[in-house]
Design a protein around this ligand. Structure first.
Ligand code: FEO
Length: 175
């Protein structure tokens, strides 16, 4: 029996849990790519604050992916490097980007809820505990995405694009 097979047999990660973790790596990678695309679009419109906001967001999503990667590796299982294709390159306007970002975050939160449920059903409390970090993180991610839409609507669209751009930039100032 080779080393890889022995290690796989000794990991506590059950196949269904490993599979869901690997799939989520793909979701985080895709999320990172979409945010980077949003960032590029914003910079191209002269919206440097929003470009910076989404650039940081893209970086955070990659970190989320790597955190799962490290967890799988440390458990002695095989992490699968995800493939990301068909990433949107063009967007209608800034508000539609904010709405898309919020939808994306809500979907990701739902993924983590389902993953946690799966871990609990399989009595994998270790992974359920690991996933708690993501649930906490999602609370902040959703809040930020909602806040972007609020800021946009409160400042009332086109006439205030410069000010909206500055406010969105301030949302990530603490980073
Ligand atoms: Fe990694 Fe924004 O979820």
């Amino acid at each position: 029996m080779n080393t890889a097979t022995i290690l796989r047999q000794k990991t506590y990660l059950q196949d269904s849990v490993l599979d869901t973790l690997n799939k989520q790596m793909g979701v985080e990678a895709r999320s990172s790519a979409i945010y980077l695309s949003m960032s590029a679009w914003c910079y191209a419109q002269g919206l440097r604050g929003c470009g910076e906001f989404f650039r940081k967001q893209a970086h955070e999503e990659r970190e989320h992916m790597m955190k799962i990667f490290n967890y799988i590796v440390e458990a002695g299982a095989l992490a699968v490097s995800p493939e990301v294709t068909n990433v949107e390159r063009t967007f209608d306007d800034l508000r539609s980007i904010f709405v898309m970002a919020l939808d994306q975050e809500i979907e990701i939160t739902e993924n983590f809820n389902k993953m946690t449920e799966l871990c609990q059903k399989n009595r994998d409390f270790q992974t359920a505990r690991f996933l708690q970090w993501y649930l906490d993180e999602q609370r902040e991610e959703e809040w930020q995405a909602r806040r972007c839409i609020e800021i946009f609507d409160l400042m009332n669209a086109k006439d205030a694009l410069y000010d909206i751009d500055r406010e969105i930039h301030n949302l990530k100032k603490k980073d």
